[in-house]
Design a protein. Structure first.
Length: 144
């Protein structure tokens, strides 16, 4: 015995007459919405404020000592600055796939010191041993 019932739809079609749509922005409603958001999510607002006022300025200050440059700009720096040097920190697998650039035309050679996160102190010592005056040397580092 099968029973069938008509399914009712909860959706309704409503239209707003064009004369009821406001033509001006309600600034008060926007400010109330912002205030409600700040009240509902204070930790989110505090986190974003902390990132904006503390983290971003500190990151910008840190990154001012290091510049990310293109390969063309690095080649120009190596060509024009006698104290500049190219340091290749890739592993042997990467070097087998794509060897270090040839800098013979600049009368320079590429220093190859493999970087391993487990032994950072040995890496730093090895880099310092390869340069006569490491404090005044401009390094262009090539990595993956």
């Amino acid at each position: 015995m099968g029973l069938s019932f008509p399914l009712t739809s909860l959706a309704s079609e409503t239209t707003i007459p064009t004369e009821e749509i406001p033509s001006k922005i309600n600034v008060e409603a926007i400010l109330v919405s912002i205030d409600e958001f700040f009240s509902k999510y204070p930790f989110f607002v505090a986190g974003v404020t902390f990132i904006w006022l503390v983290v971003i300025p500190l990151a910008e200050e840190y990154l001012q000592t290091y510049k990310f440059i293109s390969a063309v700009d690095a080649f120009g720096k190596l060509r024009d600055d006698p104290s500049s040097q190219l340091l290749d920190v890739r592993d042997t697998k990467s070097l087998a796939y794509l060897p270090s650039p040839n800098l013979r035309m600049l009368n320079k050679s590429v220093m190859q010191v493999e970087f391993r996160e487990v032994d950072e102190n040995a890496f730093v010592k090895s880099v310092f041993q390869n340069f006569k005056d490491p404090q005044s040397t401009t390094l262009c580092v090539i990595d993956k």
